[in-house]
Write a new protein. Structure first.
Length: 312
């Protein structure tokens, strides 16, 4: 089966009250771990690539790795998605390169400019059978080329969301309801909280329209502790509690982005391997266990958080 778009994935997710996992990929081991978990659970899957990942691995390498995953798993629905395309040029490049979904992130622009940029990408993408995710409202935090201070962040206005979707024709919308990018989503002395009431209002005003939650890693304490035990410095890292994410999927969140948890799982296991086996210099000896950690973490997310597994 070739790569698919997210249109049918999101339709089923909305009707089923679950979310599809969108996992950021940077290298072979990450892709293999994610795809193995999705294959075993018979779950739809979005592999997403940031501008930073394309620069790091080169576009053709990542595309060929994803194509290999598709070839090995012909019965698995896989979409290839651009994460945080900041301008028309990178969105066009990915569309031309065979991506089935792109995110145009004009959230840093004034409202009318965001609309104009998003509409331009939508027109180009739809003419080529590609779907478009847009963003309204700004998430705080740091991830690749996204760097937004808490002061510059803002929650999504429900009425504006309706106007934005109508005028741009986007296929899904990333909203800001309290999540943030990176491993420090909430202050150490505060309780994690998502604005579920705002989500309910937005979903009610946009019935059957797929919404997206960025910055939704749970920053799993097990891997934070592992990183810190073996030389890391991740003091007060805190993510989104998994029950909150599961609740969000009941109110129109059809796509949940996960990146930091992947990084933490891989880094924690590699740090542990280096500390416990200093004589090892074979990359397979530490990248293999890191790949297994990615697989285990993603499978946990699919079954216990996203609820999108069909192998129940």
């Amino acid at each position: 089966m070739p790569l698919v778009t997210t249109k049918e994935m999101f339709k089923k997710a909305y009707e089923g009250g679950y979310a599809v996992g969108a996992f950021n990929v940077n290298n072979m081991e990450i892709i293999q771990g994610i795809v193995k978990a999705a294959s075993e659970t018979k779950s739809p899957l979005i592999l997403q690539v940031s501008a930073g990942a394309r620069k790091y691995a080169s576009p053709i390498y990542l595309k060929k790795l994803v194509e290999a995953a598709v070839a090995e798993n012909p019965d698995l629905d896989i979409a290839l998605h651009l994460d945080h395309g900041e301008d028309f040029e990178i969105c066009k490049s990915c569309i031309d390169d065979g991506f089935t979904s792109v995110m145009v992130d004009g959230s840093h622009l004034p409202y009318e400019e965001n609309i104009a940029l998003t509409k331009k990408v939508v027109e180009y993408a739809h003419a080529r059978g590609v779907v478009v995710e847009a963003e309204l409202g700004r998430l705080a935090g740091v991830e690749d080329n996204v760097n937004v201070s808490k002061e510059d962040s803002s929650y999504t206005d429900p009425d504006q969301a309706v106007d934005f979707v109508k005028r741009t024709g986007c296929d899904s919308l990333a909203i800001a309801i309290g999540t943030s990018h990176g491993a420090y989503k909430f202050a150490a002395d505060s309780d994690p909280k998502l604005d579920i009431e705002r989500l309910k209002v937005i979903s009610g005003l946009l019935p059957e329209f797929p919404l997206v939650l960025h910055g939704a890693s749970s920053v799993i304490p097990e891997y934070v502790a592992m990183c810190n035990e073996f030389g890391g410095k991740l003091k007060d890292a805190k993510g989104c509690p998994e029950p909150m994410l599961r609740e969000a999927a009941q109110y129109g969140i059809c796509k949940i982005n996960i990146d930091s948890d992947l990084r933490l799982a891989m880094t924690g296991v590699i740090r542990k391997s280096f500390a416990e086996n200093p004589e090892n210099f074979d990359p397979r000896k530490y990248l293999g266990p890191a790949r297994d950690a990615i697989y285990g973490m993603v499978k946990h997310k699919i079954v216990n958080v996203l609820g999108c597994n069909q192998n129940k």
